[in-house]
Design a binder for this molecule. Sequence first.
Ligand code: PH2
Ligand code: MG
Ligand code: MG
Length: 160
Amino acid sequence: MILIALGSNINGPWGSPRETLARAITELNRGPVRIARVSSLIVTAPFGRKNQPDFANAVASVETHLSPISLLARLHVIERNAGRKRGLRWGPRTLDLDILDYHGLIFTGRGIGKASLTLPHAGIADRSFVLAPIAEIAPRWRHPRTHQSAKAMLARLNQN
Ligand code: PH2
Ligand code: MG
Ligand code: MG
């Protein structure tokens, strides 16, 4: 299973964060990439850097023969078309598309440009805004490293 996180917290050329996520789903479902499932959209308080607008978040599962890097390149094109400017780490963005899991692959290496790519995404365990949508659309999914379900990870997160 390939899981992609979607996030937006400022208006862009595609409209509001909610409209931007809807358009991003349409753009993702093109060419070599097919959307399998899309979670409910949730509005979440900003994580990491507090003084910024709330986010619209969702998770989609996709099917593709693209490699992780080729898929990442495709995500970056969609982010750019949505008006994304790369700025502050954890700062406001019109659209963020992150690969959360690529068929259970465990990998850290070159991403695109100066960025590195880590799979599964390093932030899954402490972000309820990805765990809750994963639990919704992929209840049988397990974290490739810890083998915990999203529901179990969410329960652990809510304990702390
Ligand atoms: N993305 C970030 C930083 N903080 N907070 C929420 N609630 N949702 C996000 O998608 C998000 C965030 C960096 O990618
Ligand atoms: Mg992100
Ligand atoms: Mg990102």
